[in-house]
Design a protein around this ligand. Structure first.
Ligand SMILES: [Zn+2]
Length: 234
């Protein structure tokens, strides 16, 4: 089972690792900085470079039971068990995921309703809410999200026990995306004074790193369901 270095430090771009298995799911390592698809955030891409200099392109990263599988590109070289590799994440893409993911947390604090789904992407991201007739406009969401981002609040992961989470069900905002739990503890993501919820994704360290966000549109997705789509303004 790979040591998940990104859980404690989302800013790690590289690490040294050893190949522990290669199977139909992909390449397993003893440790990794690659985030696997989950919680509405895409899996990372990047390269594993062998000692002889050959680079293995990684097209996706997925969960494989309790472990993480690095999915090689179609024509990539196949390493052997025991090979030492230098793991390098596609940082430009991942950092956009971190900014977007944190922006969705901020948006979930602006819109009052249960989150029914969400998806982080490098270009556009979305959150779906169960709302009554009181649907905020995209202009209101844009202004409020940017106001909170400008407060430059720290964004901090911390852990609580499964029992503590069970006693505080309000910490699970996204009913369709269960937080990582079962190992006796659950990861929380806190944006100081703005948002606190169970989340296993990668985030920036301060809200100011998100930059300016624009809510592009609000879509009707069923009787009570409203979809808010955002982009990062460059
Ligand atoms: Zn999150």
């Amino acid at each position: 089972m790979a040591e998940e270095l990104f859980r404690q430090d989302a800013y790690l771009k590289t690490c040294e690792a050893t190949v522990v298995a290669v199977d139909d799911k992909g390449i397993r390592l003893d440790r990794t900085v690659f985030y696997p698809t989950g919680g509405g955030q895409p899996g990372d891409r990047g390269t594993l470079t062998l000692a002889d200099g050959r680079a293995i392109a990684i097209a996706d990263t997925v969960k494989a039971g309790d472990d993480i599988a690095h999915v090689p590109a179609a024509d990539a070289a196949v390493p052997a068990v025991g090979d030492k590799v230098t793991v390098v994440v596609d940082w430009e893409r991942r950092y956009r995921h971190m900014r977007m993911h944190t922006a969705l947390h901020v948006m979930s604090a602006v819109i009052k309703g249960n989150v029914t789904g969400g998806q982080v992407n490098a270009d556009k991201s979305r959150l779906d809410f169960n709302l009554g007739d009181d649907v905020p406009t995209k202009e209101h969401v844009t202004a409020e999200v940017n106001r909170l981002i400008a407060l430059d609040r720290p964004v901090t992961p911390r852990w609580i026990t499964d029992e503590e989470l069970a006693a505080r069900p309000e910490l699970v905002k996204t009913m369709s995306v269960r937080p990582p739990s079962g190992a006796g503890r659950v990861r929380l993501l806190e944006i100081d004074g703005v948002d606190l919820q169970a989340c296993g994704g990668t985030h920036v360290a301060r809200t100011s790193e998100i930059g300016t966000v624009e809510c592009l549109k609000v879509e009707n997705k069923g009787k009570m369901n409203r979809r808010f789509i955002i982009a990062l303004a460059e």
